[in-house]
Design a protein around this ligand. Structure first.
Ligand SMILES: *Cc1c(COP(=O)(O)O)cnc(C)c1O
Length: 448
């Protein structure tokens, strides 16, 4: 096997600089690039830049490339379908691919008797779920509960739910009214001043029921609760075990729909097909995207049939949702996850990564918290374990150093490293990547 990482020219090399210069001239510059990486191609968990440098990919193109880059089964499926059918809108017509793919998708979701609506992205799945939730209640329930730290997307409806960075919402108000944000049980920094995870989970549930539902709105006016089972953009935050089951109970008590945003955590990443299954909770609606299309723009909403059946003709549609080529890629993704047992693999490799960083946490002041499920892992950096002051400048430096050494990772939340490699990553390549990252952390720890 080739030796990776392999850095031949310090990035950004001449070709990369050329692309970046044009990018700045030609594209809207609202993106936040973590470091000047200019991708050319990839294979498995290794990507190559335009100057010929090879990196270990711990980002998977933001949790999209679960099967790694250019997986032969995905490539084959895309080629095959491209020669058969490229597009014919489901809005007005039928095609077989839409139903065979729906059957396949429904075979892996925790919702029994579900129905599918295809979208083109994460934000579109959330927009659709928002409309479905209101429609299901015949427009009689105007309020939505969402969580601080949540990321649900960037279009106006989903942005109204997003609360991971104030900056994302800056200058865009007024947003969709009726969204009530409540704290998320971020146990390392519990907003309710407790260090006990269980107490933190209970405090959040109690805050919703005893404060929001008595002082602010009647629960009979709340259509849905939107929740990420593990917060992604907010910091790779794993809630305490009592939280999601408690939220399910609360939703049932007041006939509120529980909408599970699995856009980032779904499709085998956390060791289960969907992260919420780690707590044996069945939501009413699941929003998905990112990894589902094997790199092609595809999303889906799956909801219980009684919820989907409430949607009358003409109430919702899109032109491109369920593109046949994207669906062929999705089928290849689902089949391959089953064949290669990638859920189990994610769980096993995740345990190895968690063990490594937990051991390092004992040794280093800079690691405040290590958390995750499967290959969705956050390592939160602090300047001081006691004060928990976030080490955000250090984070930027660490990510940059790691990039220059050939390991691609990005941040999440205020000061966490997010680890989300392709689920097919070789065990020894993964071990090498975390070793390189660990060495950088040791170095940075000295400068605290
Ligand atoms: C990325 C993400 C979205 C938005 O998906 P886009 O495809 O970027 O619109 C929504 N929810 C979560 C949890 C995400 O991680």
């Amino acid at each position: 096997m080739e030796r990776v990482p392999d850095i031949k020219v310090e990035p950004p090399g001449p070709e990369a600089r050329n692309v970046i210069e044009k990018d700045q001239k030609l594209l809207m510059q609202s993106y936040v690039r973590w470091y000047p990486l200019v991708i050319k191609t990839g294979h498995g968990a290794v990507v190559e830049d335009v100057d010929g440098n090879k990196y270990i990919d711990m980002n998977a193109g933001i949790a999209v490339m679960a099967l790694g880059h250019n997986h032969p089964k995905v490539v084959e499926a895309i080629k095959r379908e491209a020669e058969k059918l490229q597009h014919y809108s489901l809005t007005d017509f039928y095609y077989e691919e839409a139903v065979t793919s729906a059957e396949k998708l429904l075979s892996v979701v925790p919702i029994k008797n579900g129905k599918v609506f295809y979208t083109n992205s994460g934000t579109e799945s959330i927009e659709g779920a928002l409309k479905i939730a209101r429609y299901y209640h015949e427009g009689k329930r105007q309020y939505i509960i969402a969580f601080l730290g949540a990321f649900h997307g960037r279009t106006m409806g989903s942005l109204s739910l997003t609360a991971s960075k104030a900056h994302y919402r800056e200058h865009f108000a007024p947003l969709v009214p009726g969204v009530i944000h409540v704290p998320y049980p971020y146990t390392y920094r519990c907003p309710f001043n407790t260090d006990d995870p269980k107490a933190c989970g209970e405090a959040v549930l109690g805050y919703i029921e005893d404060w929001i539902f008595t002082k602010l709105v009647e629960p009979s006016e709340v259509a849905a609760i939107f929740v990420e089972p593990i917060q992604g953009e907010g910091g790779y935050i794993v809630p305490p075990d009592n939280f999601l089951p408690g939220l399910r109970k609360l939703a049932d008590k007041y006939n509120i729909l529980l909408v599970d945003d699995e856009v980032q955590s779904g499709i085998a990443r956390t060791g289960k097909w969907f992260a919420i299954e780690n707590w044996n909770v069945v939501p009413d609606i699941i929003a998905m995207a990112k990894a589902i299309g094997g790199g092609l723009p595809l999303g889906a909403i799956v909801a219980k049939d009684n919820v989907m059946d409430a949607m009358k003709k003409g109430s919702h549609a899109n032109t491109f949702g369920g593109n046949p080529i994207a669906l062929a890629a999705m089928e290849a993704v689902i089949d391959t996850i089953k064949e290669e047992k990638l859920t189990e693999r994610a769980a096993k490799l995740g345990d190895m990564v968690l063990r490594y960083f937990n051991d390092l946490k004992e040794e280093l002041e800079i690691i405040g918290d290590v958390r995750g499920k499967g290959l969705m892992i956050g390592v939160e950096l602090v300047k001081n374990k006691k004060t928990k002051e976030p080490a955000s400048k250090e984070l930027g430096r660490i990510l940059d150093k790691s990039f220059k050494k050939g390991v691609l990772v990005i941040g999440s939340g205020v000061s966490s490293i997010r680890i989300a490699p392709p689920l097919v990553i070789d065990e020894d390549v993964l071990a090498r990547a975390i070793q390189i990252l660990g060495d950088i952390l040791k170095e940075e720890n000295k400068n605290l």
